[in-house]
Design a protein around this ligand. Structure first.
Ligand code: TYD
Ligand code: MG
Length: 454
């Protein structure tokens, strides 16, 4: 066995043959850690390439079986929705989120839903079996037929897998596992990468579904680096605000369904409950319209949601006024401020600007542009927008308002929640609406005069 050591950046996963103070790939300081390997990697392999050709067989595309497309429900509708309609055989799913957000709770509830009629193994490296039992009792799932293994040694887990042959394996969490082939500590990039890769390989080879829980670090990445994300088929992230019971599970990547699909849950005394009709959940009702508050019709995957965009604009005592965006891209905020300056004559260079998407939602689509711009303007002018107004649309650098996808869905949802007017980008598909007065706009200045005219 060959023994070698490399230095791996704990931030981006790049490796280097010698130690450096700064990672050459991602620029992080002091992030390189020595990792010794006891050569089992493919580099040590001496088989000629012709030997592999015999081992793996080539098949005609048309003759491949479509068994993969069968989907299995986990018994939780909102979770099936984010998975693109249920679980696919052999899929590897990563469930990421901050500590305490509800990963273990959701995992146990999914395990119980899946344990009907097939062997399910729940591996806990983080909590003792007794702690898992306590949670199961709280969730009223003690009678569920799954098996629990408190272990974090990968080789031991593999031998249990060979013996029990579970159809579903759940691991909480991947950062606690370690393998004997590496000498670095559990949770280091090398360990996380190697243990995850071995489990994923096992899942693919045995048509087993693999669920991995991954902690998100302060910088918002799983396991420090994003090394896990491209190893698995589906990446789900938990989002939510401390103090609010609502939790969003978002598909960041999904090989078997639409990315950006979301599921909404509420954390209750007895576990996570589904919220099936969340469209009005993120709207805070004000008795009267207030300056700086605009309702946005946003689209997440196949779902339209109405959210409140809030802005606060105050004169800044600082040489570099603050621009703070919560639930919204800060770069996009700078861009919108420049557009407001250039195309609306609103000079905000000496103002602090704060933008918040209410209820802990995160809105990533450019269709939020118009709502954010109007919220800032409304706060700046200290003038509220009329009641019952909803809006969406992307802003271009020339101040034009660009059409966005799912116009009909957004309008339908707004109508359902009792909104009476909508300012939307002009497009051929805008159509008509019975309940909603539609105001098409071609530019930001059009939209501003429509919004502030009444
Ligand atoms: P947990 O699933 O342990 O979070 P994670 O695995 O992501 O660290 O959830 C922890 C929080 O959820 C904890 O603060 C307690 C709360 N909780 C409930 O409110 N109701 C419940 O039924 C359960 C099991 C947990
Ligand atoms: Mg946990």
């Amino acid at each position: 066995m060959s023994r070698s050591s490399i230095f791996v950046c704990q931030h981006c996963g790049a490796s280097s043959p010698k130690w450096m103070g700064r990672c050459a790939e991602c620029g992080a300081w002091n992030s390189l850690v020595e990792e010794r390997t006891t050569g089992t990697s493919s580099k040590g392999n001496t088989r000629g390439s012709s030997a592999y050709a015999v081992a793996s067989s080539v098949q005609q595309l048309s003759e491949l079986s479509l068994a993969e497309s069968r989907r299995q429900s986990c018994g939780i509708g909102e979770l099936d929705r984010v998975l693109g309609g249920g679980l696919v055989e052999g899929a590897a799913i990563l469930l990421g989120g901050e500590p305490g957000i509800g990963k273990s709770t959701l995992l146990l509830q999914a395990a119980a839903g899946l344990a009907q009629g097939q062997p399910v193994l729940y591996v806990t490296g983080e909590e003792s079996a007794a702690q898992v039992a306590l949670r199961a009792q709280r969730l009223d799932l003690l009678q569920s037929p799954m098996e629990v293994l408190a272990e974090n040694h990968l080789e031991s887990i593999e031998s249990v897998l060979a013996q029990k042959k579970p159809k579903i394996l759940l691991v909480d969490s991947i950062q606690t596992l370690f393998t004997d082939t590496l000498q670095s500590a559990p949770g280091s990039v090398a360990q996380v990468r190697e243990t995850a890769a071995r489990l994923v390989r096992h899942a693919k080879g045995n048509a087993m579904v693999l669920w991995l829980v991954g902690h998100v670090t302060k910088e918002g990445s799983i396991a420090g680096p994003r090394v896990l994300e491209h190893m698995v088929d589906t990446v789900l992230y938990f989002e939510g605000e401390a103090g609010s019971p609502y939790r969003i599970v978002r598909a960041i990547k999904n090989r078997f369904g639409a990315a950006n699909e979301l599921g909404v849950f509420a954390m209750e005394e007895r576990g996570l409950l589904e919220v099936r009709n969340p469209s009005g959940l993120f709207l805070r009702q004000h008795p009267q319209p207030v300056p700086g508050s605009v309702v946005l019709a946003t689209q997440e995957g196949s779902r339209s949601l109405l959210v409140e965009v809030q802005a606060l604009v105050t004169p800044s005592p600082l040489a570099n006024p603050r621009r703070v965006a919560m639930g919204f891209d800060p770069n996009r905020l700078s861009l919108l401020l420049a557009i407001l300056h250039r195309h609306c004559g609103s000079f905000l260079f000496d103002q602090d600007v704060f933008v918040n998407i209410a209820g802990g939602m995160r809105v990533l689509e450019p269709a939020a542009d118009l709502a954010v711009a109007l919220a800032i303007l409304s706060a700046f002018r200290n003038q509220a927008l009329p009641e019952g107004l909803v809006t969406f649309g992307e802003l271009g650098l020339a101040g034009e308002l660009r059409p966005v996808a799912h116009t009909a869905g957004r309008l339908r949802e707004s109508e359902k929640l009792g909104f009476r007017r909508a300012i939307a980008p002009w497009s051929e598909q805008l159509g008509r609406s019975n309940e909603l007065a539609l105001h098409p706009a071609q530019s930001l200045s059009d939209a501003v005069s429509l919004a502030f005219s009444s």
